[in-house]
Design a binder for this molecule. Structure first.
Ligand SMILES: *[C@@H]1O[C@H](CO)[C@@H](O)[C@H](O)[C@H]1NC(C)=O
Ligand SMILES: *[C@@H]1O[C@H](CO)[C@@H](O)[C@H](O)[C@H]1NC(C)=O
Ligand SMILES: *[C@@H]1O[C@H](CO)[C@@H](O)[C@H](O)[C@H]1NC(C)=O
Ligand SMILES: *[C@@H]1O[C@H](CO)[C@@H](O)[C@H](O)[C@H]1NC(C)=O
Ligand SMILES: *[C@@H]1O[C@H](CO)[C@@H](O)[C@H](O)[C@H]1NC(C)=O
Length: 416
């Protein structure tokens, strides 16, 4: 009789305990649910998220909540410094506090159809090719063998970081970079319009898009994090989704020439066109301003531009301007394991795929471009004024970009 009574007491105590557990569990589900949906507090302009902004009731069942934290953290790196906050005084201490500082993200868009297999396969192929080429000793270029630690700080100025969504974008000028920079501004909420983050990429004024104060780039880490900079970069490179867009290297050069020398551009006229005219066009004293030059119909030809690129003097003075600097020098594709490689030739499909992969297609749309893009079919026309010997030298100069990113050697213009 005694044992059966004991048994009853056990059952009752057990049930009571279970009910208690359920109540606690339920409460925490509610709390963490609320927590995950806490609206993003005033955006990146806030220098330090207030310290009291912590996990509600995290003391009660720490393991359950920390599981959620771990889950969230997979997608969202702690916000170690938003793009526009002032340099904190105790900058080097920021990295330790990193875990305390993240901001919840918005809901993802639910997709009923999976990403098309051919798009996924395309990315697999591009990434595989890049890895193979980086490992292949038949392709040699300066800086290929160095480690990430050996890359000088100033060469990291094209990597834009968005801590809110865990994204790193390496921008390549002349490859839809304005549009992707706009998207990065929207995502990082670094532009406030009457106190509200600007949500429409196309509403961002052009001069702001390229203003470096709008973008948090890797080369700014040193100022903010001091000796922790390289370490933090490596952590972010490991956890964040990294992408870049490339295009046919010769077509990119044509596009750069059209944009900077066929259109009136005072800055480029003074810095580069005058040099080309003096060196290669028998113009010892070229017109002083771009307006004067256009008035008398003087501007460097495409052939002069190519001569300028091939001239050993050019790089002795300073590195190539970013508009024609090789992608391998801008983005370090053998040191950084890019998750997504877009091609301008397939920009729309790639753009849509990428926004989906980044899980931000609910936040921004890729702006469709209706501009007259430089087409590869014009290549033969443009290069017809360039001597074949110079074309081959130019290919050597840009060969790594061709091979790393899967652009065929343009035999038709190299074998004449
Ligand atoms: C953290 O910052 C304080 C001053 O704010 C400084 O004394 C301390 O050395 C820093 N800690 C580290 C690890 O840099
Ligand atoms: C390296 O690249 C060349 C030319 O693309 C190719 O023929 C060769 O098989 C590659 N080597 C390796 C080890 O992949
Ligand atoms: C890089 O390393 C390979 C062997 O691992 C070597 O053959 C090649 O010459 C090196 N390239 C440079 C630029 O140092
Ligand atoms: C960039 O923006 C900052 C402030 O937003 C401004 O002070 C600066 O003049 C701008 N630079 C250029 C080149 O427009
Ligand atoms: C694009 O521009 C070229 C000349 O630069 C012109 O021949 C061509 O017709 C234009 N195409 C469109 C669609 O505007």
């Amino acid at each position: 009789m005694g044992t059966s009574r004991m048994f009853h007491i056990f059952v009752i105590l057990g049930s009571a305990f279970m009910i208690l557990l359920i109540i606690i569990y339920w409460d925490d589900v509610g709390a963490s649910h609320l927590y995950l949906h806490t609206p993003v507090s005033p955006g990146p302009k806030i220098p330090h998220p207030p310290p009291q902004r912590q996990r509600p009731q995290s003391s009660r069942t720490p393991s359950f909540l920390s599981d959620i934290d771990a889950f969230v953290n997979q997608f969202l790196e702690p916000g170690t410094g938003e793009p526009t906050d002032p340099v904190p005084a105790e900058a080097s201490n920021q990295s330790e506090k990193a875990e305390e500082r993240y901001v919840p993200r918005r809901e993802w868009k639910i997709h009923l159809t999976p990403v098309a297999p051919e798009l996924r396969e395309r990315q697999e192929q591009r990434r595989r090719l890049l890895q193979e080429m980086c490992a292949n000793d038949s392709l040699v270029f300066p800086g290929k063998n160095r480690s990430f630690d050996d890359i000088p700080n100033k060469e990291l100025d094209h990597l834009i970081v968005d801590d809110r969504h865990g994204i790193i974008y390496c921008y390549v000028p002349k490859v839809a970079c304005s549009n992707w920079k706009r998207i990065m501004i929207v995502l990082s909420e670094s532009l406030l319009q009457e106190g509200v983050p600007q949500r429409d990429p196309l509403a961002i004024p052009r001069d702001l898009v390229h203003n470096s104060s709008m973008h948090f780039t890797f080369n700014k880490f040193w100022k903010r994090y001091g000796k922790f900079a390289k370490h933090l970069m490596k952590v972010k490179l490991k956890k964040y989704t990294k992408f870049l867009f490339v295009r046919d290297p010769f077509v990119r050069l044509i596009s750069a020439y059209r944009n900077k020398f066929e259109l009136r551009n005072e800055d480029f006229y003074r810095r580069f066109a005058q040099v080309m005219l003096r060196r290669y066009a028998n113009q010892p004293s070229p017109p002083a301003s771009v307006d004067e030059a256009f008035a008398v119909g003087i501007h460097p030809s495409f052939s002069h531009f190519i001569q300028y690129l091939l001239d050993p003097l050019t790089e002795k003075e300073m590195p190539f301007n970013e508009h024609w600097r090789q992608v391998y020098r801008l983005c370090h594709p053998c040191q950084i394991d890019y998750d997504f490689i877009g091609h301008l030739e397939t920009a729309e499909e790639d753009g849509e795929h990428l926004l989906r992969q980044l899980r931000v297609d609910n936040v921004v749309e890729f702006p469709t471009s209706n501009r007259n893009l430089t087409a590869s079919s014009w290549e033969a026309d443009w290069f017809s004024t360039v001597p074949v010997e110079a074309r081959r030298e130019l290919y050597k100069l840009y060969e790594p970009d061709f091979r790393l990113f899967g652009y065929d050697r343009p035999d038709s213009i190299l074998n004449e």
